[in-house]
Design a protein around this ligand. Structure first.
Ligand code: ZN
Ligand code: ZN
Length: 247
């Protein structure tokens, strides 16, 4: 019995947790199979397929651009409402996993997405000097159907890792919008008009880091930023796990 007492603190917890990860490994957000090795949250081989957006990205929206370009073509034409935004990884390699995360109930991916995003963009996240984190909201109807808001789950993870508080009540989606996939940028903007409201008591004079899962044209990020700024936020910075490529 004495020997047990000499074991380092947390030993049994660690043994139990490694047994649990062997018996119930997490599913990989890339291949959706049980993660290998089981102690990880994403297969090491799948991790290598992701494409971090590290250099030659648009200074405004963070999309990957050709070397030497300062802005993507979208940002040379469009004035965004947010101050700037960054995405951690190219969208293509994450697209299937993002679909399962958003529509097929793979809520468990949130942790690993948040960790990967934070490890990739910690300098940016802290450099924004944000007072709080907000998430792009989903409508009540979608929340009931899905059981969770995929952006809020990511925001909670980023909050835990960065120490910046997350406020679930900063933004509210007041009406549902048509699916954005097949809409042009101007149609997207019209579609989202007045879809969000923000709480002045929560955001007034605050620098806000706004989290979403995917950045495509920036229209959702813009409309949420507009609501936050109208409610008195000082500035809005965007953050997403995945981002499209700029041309
Ligand atoms: Zn995998
Ligand atoms: Zn851009």
């Amino acid at each position: 019995m004495k020997d047990f007492l000499l074991l380092p603190k947390g030993f049994f917890r660690r043994v139990l947790s490694s047994c649990a990860s062997f018996l119930f490994p997490s599913r990989c957000p890339v291949c959706d199979r049980p993660v290998w090795p089981p102690s990880e949250k994403i297969c090491l081989s799948c991790l290598k397929t992701l494409k971090p957006i590290r250099e030659s990205f648009c200074e405004k929206c963070g999309k990957k651009v050709n070397a030497g370009l300062r802005l993507c073509s979208d940002c040379t034409r469009t004035e965004h409402v947010f101050t700037r935004s960054r995405g951690a990884f190219g969208y293509r390699e994450l697209s299937k996993g993002m679909y399962r995360y958003k529509y097929l109930g793979r809520r468990e991916y949130a942790d690993v997405y948040a960790k990967l995003t934070y490890s990739q963009l910690a300098d940016y996240i802290h450099g924004c000097n944000a007072d709080m984190i907000a998430a792009v909201p989903v409508s009540k109807k979608k929340l009931l159907k899905r059981g969770y808001n995929q952006a809020a789950e990511l925001a909670k993870g980023i909050s835990k890792l960065s120490g910046i508080p997350f406020s679930e009540g900063a933004l509210l989606r007041v009406r549902d919008t048509a699916p954005m996939k097949l809409l042009s940028p101007s149609e997207r903007q019209k579609n989202l008009k007045n879809a969000f409201i923000s709480n002045v008591n929560v955001v007034k004079s605050k620098r806000v880091l706004l989290v979403d899962d995917i950045y495509t044209t920036g229209s959702t990020m813009d409309e949420c930023s507009r609501a936050l700024l109208e409610a008195g936020a000082e500035s809005v910075y965007g953050l997403s796990v995945a981002s499209g490529t700029g041309v």
